[in-house]
Design a protein around this ligand. Structure first.
Ligand code: BG6
Length: 491
């Protein structure tokens, strides 16, 4: 058998994309709650109000800095998908029962920071918020499903963004550490697997998503991610003190990249692109800033503001494993005339050997095997694929059935690639949690129609729908995959 006996098969979600109940039981607003919907071709927007009361909005990708003094807030007449999402908050028992029916060994979810500390800097945590996750974890454990928790998944309490400037402000490290201390102590006997930040590398291009940072200049982004690195290192040490059995990982978006040709200029671009990609894992797995990044900062005029003891903190707070998302691969070339994909958020030079999803993400299972090998060779740490899947439009037949063979094919090929990485290349793989195991709001576009789930949720892009859950064909298929520990992946 390729996969280890305790392989963590499951599915992945994030609070702001599926919980809803955005102000219920004392929850505060988070940065995700002021993001409108968008589409494949038009970006989601954040809404804000200028000091003179003028209401404005700004696309999240590509992102331009928000003027000083602007207040991020909801505007009447706008649609914010996170507010109701798929209402997991009130459906968690039904949803978890379906996960259990598929045989999930684990379930990845995030804790919404603003449910625990509504303003981020509150004197005491919100007991109702803590109770909600107690209930969810208890429900999961009832079925023997291990929770895998992302501590911060694209949501910073909005008050921290408005009053402190988000992660650009060093004080946020302490607020985050207090939040972590609270949830580590509360759930120490229920949760073993943690990840400190979802896709920490998106700070490079989407600072509001990544940490409530409304400035888009090099210095601000570098300083903000520096604070996240310190915060992660701090809570890795804290977590291990609270429960030495905790496994605390990093989480990075990771796709394979190819040079379009053997022109040395293309190869050089590939090297640079790989450096951008590895910077985050280099710091979180090795505990030091790599030379190539320090040189880049010198060129850009970026000067990190550091305090005594920071270097030691980074060194002593490296992670236990690498969680990563893998959806597609990309191509680089020095030849500016080459066509690019029309991918939402992630664009790439077109790879002539690959097909793409309806949203322009190139499908590349072999790239996953390469990614696993590269990460293993570079860091020699256990790996966890915590996101993978294809966003697609599903058709509901008259009898209610949904024949999502394209999804099954995508996942089967990626599992096959994982298997080869384990069996032939000896990669140490802990588990696999396909993204959006139940349909949820797309992070990139805010849409519902970009669906990833084994479970269909009846809701439209305009926010209407009864939220009824139903099984797609992939539901039974994934059940079989888990039941055979990945041996039976055929349709
Ligand atoms: C990852 C994120 O980048 O990709 C998820 O961690 C996100 O939050 C997923 O949903 C898929 O992207 P999208 O834009 O299709 O939702």
């Amino acid at each position: 058998m390729a996969f280890r006996k305790d392989f963590l098969w499951g599915g992945a979600t994030a609070a702001n994309q599926f919980e809803g109940a955005y102000l219920e039981d004392g929850k505060g607003l988070s940065t995700a709650d002021i993001m409108t919907n968008g589409s494949h071709k038009s970006s989601r927007r954040i809404t804000y109000t200028m000091p003179d009361g003028t209401k404005k909005s700004q696309g999240v990708f590509p992102f331009e800095s928000i003027p000083d003094g602007a207040k991020l807030e909801c505007h009447e007449g706008e649609y914010y998908p996170s507010h109701q999402a798929i209402d997991f908050y009130h459906h968690y028992k039904e949803d978890i029962a379906l996960f259990a029916e598929m045989g999930f060994k684990c379930f990845r979810l995030s804790i919404n920071w603003a449910r625990i500390f509504p303003n981020g800097d509150d004197a005491a945590p919100n007991e109702k918020g803590l109770e909600f996750y107690d209930n969810v974890f208890d429900e999961l454990l009832k079925y023997g499903i291990e929770p895998v928790v992302t501590i911060s998944h694209y949501e910073t309490p909005l008050a921290l963004a408005n009053n402190y400037g988000g992660w650009l402000n060093r004080k946020v490290i302490d607020f985050y550490a207090r939040y972590c201390e609270t949830i580590f102590n509360r759930y120490k006997d229920k949760v073993k697997y943690w990840m400190t930040f979802n896709e920490i590398n998106i700070m490079d291009f989407m600072p509001v998503f990544a940490g409530g940072v409304t400035k888009n200049d090099d210095q601000s982004k570098a300083q903000s991610v520096y604070h996240q690195f310190l915060a992660s290192a701090k809570v890795v040490q804290l977590g291990h003190k609270i429960n030495p059995d905790f496994k605390i990982g990093m989480m990075t978006a990771y796709g394979s990249t190819y040079a379009l040709t053997c022109n040395p200029e293309d190869e050089l671009l590939l090297m640079k692109s790989d450096q951008q990609k590895h910077f985050f894992s280099d710091v979180q797995c090795r505990g030091v800033y790599p030379e190539y990044k320090l040189k880049e900062y010198e060129r850009l005029g970026v000067k990190l503001v550091k305090e005594e003891g920071d270097d030691e903190l980074l060194k002593n707070g490296t992670v236990d494993y690498i969680g990563f998302s893998y959806y597609s691969s990309s191509v680089v070339t020095a030849d500016k005339s080459k066509k690019v994909t029309d991918g939402n958020m992630s664009t790439s030079v077109l790879n002539p050997y690959l097909k793409a999803t309806d949203w322009g993400w190139q499908i590349d299972p072999v790239g996953l095997r390469l990614a696993l090998n590269r990460l293993q060779e570079r860091y020699n740490l256990p790996l966890f694929i915590v996101e993978n899947g294809m966003g697609a439009i599903d058709k509901v037949e008259a009898d209610g059935s949904i024949h999502d063979d394209y999804r099954i094919e995508y996942l089967a090929k990626h599992i096959e690639a994982m298997k080869l990485a384990v069996e032939e290349d000896g990669v140490d793989l802990m588990g696999f949690t396909p993204w959006g195991c139940i349909d949820l709001v797309s992070a990139g576009t805010g849409e519902m129609r970009k669906r990833y789930g084994f479970i269909y949720v009846d809701k439209n892009d305009d926010g209407n729908g009864p939220l009824t859950r139903s099984k797609k064909d992939s539901f039974e298929w994934y059940k079989k995959v888990i039941n055979s520990n990945g041996e039976d992946i055929h349709i």
